[in-house]
Design a protein around this ligand. Structure first.
Ligand code: F6P
Length: 617
């Protein structure tokens, strides 16, 4: 009997299935029928059926009417519109241009009451109301940059103490006061951050945006349960593993991907003869599994993650601040930038509130139902990860099936993007001429290089002038073809401006969520995938047990997929069992006696050895 696991590299070819094809085409017809109507008016008729409270629907007459008028094209009128709507935050040096979004005055007036309601909800949230009703939680990321706003003295002390502890710890690590036990350098030189989602995206964005060229500690990330990815990060560290500070970040302290990353890293430490506890730091909620592990094992340090800070808004908590501080980023400046932006976005005057202006544009551009995608294009390499960061912030916050009244609304705004002008040579072609299903947000940075470093690569023109030209050219070319855009401009990429950008979008998401009446602070949809993944792993254990039992009875016995499914008492899960076998065979953990994975019915599988311990487990 040969071990033929390699045969699994051939996959079943996809054959047309008439039934599925018919269902698909009728589904497409339905969706075309929806989009061929005014998407907002369709939505409204549904909303009317389920809720008598029109203030909570997307019934904005001005939206549809003004959209029919098209975008302003007269250069003089457009310039007036630019000047009229230009938002400037003087101290932050931040501008917001919404002139290339075509909202009308009528639309703005109609939206005004909703904005006032959103501002009120935001004030209540900041005062400590339970703004995440499903989870019964306060939402307090705004307090992180101004502890005085926290609703009680206990929280204020908690915030201030944690910030002081972060700064102290970072200073001690950088100065070598806290050092790894067995590193020749005598100090920590690397950070390995283990975390996922909100426990990775902020730190990744900030590292890319703000870490100096030669940081005191360099950072790497394990943000997945991909074994090859983990091996790669550990291999890249090489002997520097001995001088690596491992920061394990998980609010819940029980996220499987993060736990797996930790276990893999701990194994690497054991194999290198290193004591993990002397190099491990945990950032998590008090008494979580991770917190208890770190405490019992005596890790170097533990920092709290607060119940009232969501993962995707945790960049200004220990989650983002500790890694940033260790890389030499001025975290107090990040907090100042965020706090200044928070102050500005508390304004109840729409025109003076940049977050509200963003929310207004999003509502207009997407008909208040996410009918268009948000393409985020920073024209600055160091802001590359901003779009990925915003993807979670916006999509996990706004992508909701039900509104706060329990109506099915399937809200959300899709976010993607990379950077300009690189994307000019990738997908801008489609944006300019192809399917019109997006609006763009340009992020412009005025300062090209630090002072004194610029030079003209041709008379009167620098490299940065080209970047500027590409941004302006793309903005104009898109607008000429009726593609709307927002432009956010900052002077430089600094801790202060990055803090401000994060705060701007956090608030815009919160305000927009109020406009469309959804809970921005929970993520019930993520649970379904997590639960299903758990079920797959449980099924895999049953498959292994069945194969083991068969091997113990007769080492040469091989089973068909149907036999495995029957013995697992899971005949309906035969497709998943097939996928499990395919994956295990590809990783030499099950053997295929006959057949290949391209012909599932031909497969006969066995384990090759009997594990008696497991048999009686
Ligand atoms: O910090 P944790 O608890 O490990 O969660 C990581 C991420 O997982 C999610 O809960 C989604 O599964 C995100 O909201 C969160 O940022």
């Amino acid at each position: 009997m040969a071990s033929l696991s390699g045969l699994c590299s051939s996959f079943p070819s996809l054959k047309p299935n008439n039934k599925i094809g018919a269902e698909l085409s009728s589904f497409r017809k339905d969706s075309l029928a929806v989009s061929s109507r005014s998407s907002s008016s369709f939505k409204h008729s549904v909303a009317r059926e389920v809720s008598a409270d029109l203030s909570k629907t997307n019934d904005v007459a001005g939206l549809k009417k003004a959209k029919q008028g098209g975008l302003e094209k007269d250069p003089k009128a457009l310039w007036r519109r630019y000047v009229d709507w230009l938002y400037q935050h003087k101290e932050l040096g931040l501008y917001l241009d919404v002139s290339r979004i075509g909202f009308s005055d009528e639309f703005v007036s109609e939206m005004e009451p909703r904005f006032q309601a959103a501002f009120k909800a935001m004030q209540e949230l900041e005062r400590g109301a339970v703004a995440n009703p499903d989870e019964g939680r306060m939402v307090g990321h705004y307090w992180l940059r101004n502890a005085k706003l926290a609703p009680n003295p206990f929280l204020q002390v908690q915030i201030d103490k944690t910030l002081a502890a972060i700064c102290d710890f970072a200073d001690s690590v950088i100065s070598g006061k806290i050092k790894p036990p067995s590193s020749p350098e005598g100090r920590f030189t690397q950070i390995l951050s283990v975390g996922i989602g909100g426990s990775a995206l902020g730190p990744q964005f900030v590292a890319e945006a703000l870490a100096p060229d030669n940081p005191p500690l360099k950072i790497r990330f394990i943000d997945n349960t991909d074994p090859a990815g983990i091996d790669h990060q550990i291999a890249q560290l090489g002997p520097e593993l001995a001088s690596t500070l491992v920061i394990v970040i998980s609010k819940s302290g029980g996220t499987p991907e993060t736990r797996n990353g930790l276990l893999e890293v701990q194994k690497a430490f054991r194999e290198a003869g290193l004591d993990f506890a002397k190099q491990g730091v945990a950032i998590t909620q008090e008494n979580s599994l991770l917190d208890n592990t770190a405490r019992i094992e005596g890790w170097v340090a533990r920092f709290p993650m607060f119940d009232w800070v969501g993962g995707r808004t945790s960049e200004m908590s220990a989650v983002g601040l500790l890694p940033a501080a260790l890389q030499g980023v001025d975290i107090r400046e990040m907090l100042v930038g965020a706090s200044m932006m928070d102050e500005a976005t508390r304004s109840t005057v729409l025109r003076k509130n940049p977050a509200a202006l963003l929310a207004l544009c999003w509502y207009w551009a997407t008909d208040g139902i996410g009918s268009k995608d948000m393409v985020v294009l920073p024209y600055k390499d160091s802001l590359l990860l901003f779009s990925r960061y915003l993807q979670q912030l916006v999509m996990e916050s706004l992508g909701k099936e039900f509104d706060l009244d329990g109506n099915r609304v399937n809200q959300g705004i899709s976010v993607y993007g990379n950077k300009g002008s690189t994307d000019q040579h990738a997908y801008i072609q489609q944006l300019r001429e192809g399917v019109h299903n997006f609006f763009v947000t340009f992020i412009e940075v005025l300062r090209d290089r630090p002072p004194g470093h610029d030079w003209e690569l041709e008379p009167g023109v620098t490299c940065g002038d080209y970047l500027f030209g590409m941004l302006q050219g793309t903005r104009s070319a898109l607008y000429a073809n009726n593609r709307e855009s927002i432009t956010v401009t900052v002077q430089e990429v600094t801790p202060r401006s990055v803090g401000a950008l994060i705060a701007l979008y956090e608030r815009a998401v919160g305000i927009y969520a109020s406009l469309v009446n959804i809970n921005a602070y929970h993520q019930p949809g993520v649970e379904a995938g997590k639960k299903a993944a758990g079920e797959v792993l449980a099924l895999q254990k049953r498959v292994l047990a069945v194969l083991n039992e068969a091997s113990c009875e007769d080492p040469a016995e091989s089973l068909t997929l149907q036999e495995i499914a029957d013995r697992c008492h899971a005949p309906d899960d035969i497709e998943m069992i097939y996928k499990i076998i395919e994956h295990m065979a590809a990783n030499d953990r099950a053997l295929i006696a006959e057949g290949d994975c391209g012909s599932p019915y031909s497969l006969k599988v066995f384990l090759g050895e009997c594990n008696v311990d497991e048999l009686y487990a």
